[in-house]
Design a protein around this ligand. Structure first.
Ligand SMILES: [Zn+2]
Length: 87
């Protein structure tokens, strides 16, 4: 698992490597009003792309990989990936 997120500023899905994060152009406008979608993150373990919310981006709640075969859970802290044990 990569330990550091790398922010990409242009959306090229094929260039999203594990740990790449792309902040949505309409961040904050889609999803729940109190916790809208914020970015697309490639799982730092397996690279599966998933949407994360503002609270996940700010490290308030953990990110869980969307892949059925990847149990990765982690918290984002200042663009670092802090692994979290599954409950
Ligand atoms: Zn994963």
């Amino acid at each position: 698992m990569v330990a550091q997120l790398s922010i990409v500023t242009e959306w090229f899905p094929e260039q999203m490597e594990p740990g790449s994060i792309f902040v949505l152009q309409n961040a904050g406008e889609v999803g729940e009003q109190d916790d809208p979608y914020w970015a697309v993150l490639a799982c730092p373990e397996c690279g599966t792309l998933g949407l994360i919310t503002r609270r996940q981006f700010r490290g308030l709640i953990p990110v869980i990989c969307g892949s059925n075969v990847c149990p990765t859970q982690f918290v984002i802290e200042d663009e670092r990936v802090v692994p979290k044990r599954p409950n």
